[in-house]
Design a protein around this ligand. Sequence first.
Ligand SMILES: *Cc1c(COP(=O)(O)O)cnc(C)c1O
Length: 391
Amino acid sequence: MTDHLMSTYARLPVQFERGEGVWLWDTEGKQYLDALSGIAVCGLGHAHPTVAEAISAQAGRLLHTSNLYGIPLQADLADRLCQLSAMKRVFFCNSGAEANEAAIKIARLYGHGRGIECPAIIVMENSFHGRTLATLTATGNRRVQAGFEPLVQGFIRVPYNDLDAIRTVAQNSSDVAAILVEPVQGEGGINVPDPGYLAGIREICDERNWLMMLDEIQTGIGRTGQWFAYQHDRLLPDVVTVAKALGNGVPIGACLARGAAAELLQPGSHGTTFGGNPLATRAAMAVLDVIEAEQLVNQATGVGRQLLAGFTEKLSGLDGVREIRGSGLMIGIELERPCGELVKTALHCGLLINVTAERVIRLLPPLITSKKQAAMIVDKVSDLIRDFLTE
Ligand SMILES: *Cc1c(COP(=O)(O)O)cnc(C)c1O
């Protein structure tokens, strides 16, 4: 392998050559079951024919013009996303971090508009919001921040799933303009908040005139068994960010907003060269088409339940298993001790999984995962955990 790449990633010793649905093949021809979807990106699995056809047709027609000009596909995708989310306007970008940057800039404009000189955003412990300077500052993980000081000002951190902590900040600070929170924490360990947590945040934001901003970069686009995770709670945030699954692997992110938050970015205040270009927006349209046509949001609910029930049956009560939790096709199995090595053991057995927060086995299988494939995931992962705990 080359020395000419920066050492950003501790890569596993495997390289994939091709994929089909939930399956991947490496350069040696070995087959793998993908229970991670490139970290919640390939919701439709690999090489989905409708997406491939849309990308290829668009590449033969037009890849890029510029946001100097109208882009009909971008407008169509914005209409579609607003219809699905009940948001009002969309800004397109190229990644999750960029979508959160847009949200942070909106919060700052909103704060200044309310006469706050140094607007602050409340963020959570164990959150993950990206690797740019503002988003790594928002991230609740010291390891993401270490070495990159000075960090960006204007963030106040509170524990996740703790409404009282937010109320305390509300009483002591008049600088808050917004709350930024994941409906389920992904990198932080598949942390599912108590029922009523998001509704409580909505209530506080209404009382205080703060923006409720949800980072749905991992939870969005069907992952939790709703198009957006907040739809489980029948409430509307003011700002929503999405990215990962929107393009099924074609880079695209979006910041959606409604109400006052939707009107703040104006010509000259924000922008990006590639954001919402014809190729990326065509791919995303195909993704939404397929999810709708194949009713994959419902399927995610059913298969997610099956996975949770399967793991609970096979693993609960087992010494060393602390908790099995999840929402839709976001599943976390927390062990009593660090278990990072399981990723390699699984790889050896032809299975792609992830371990996050040191001791949480994270599964993010594609939305297209069938019942039969889900049963395979339960069997394989349960065996791995049993062996790990009894070795
Ligand atoms: C992945 C992720 C991000 C960052 O997205 P990038 O595309 O890697 O910049 C932000 N927030 C959450 C919740 C994520 O899961």
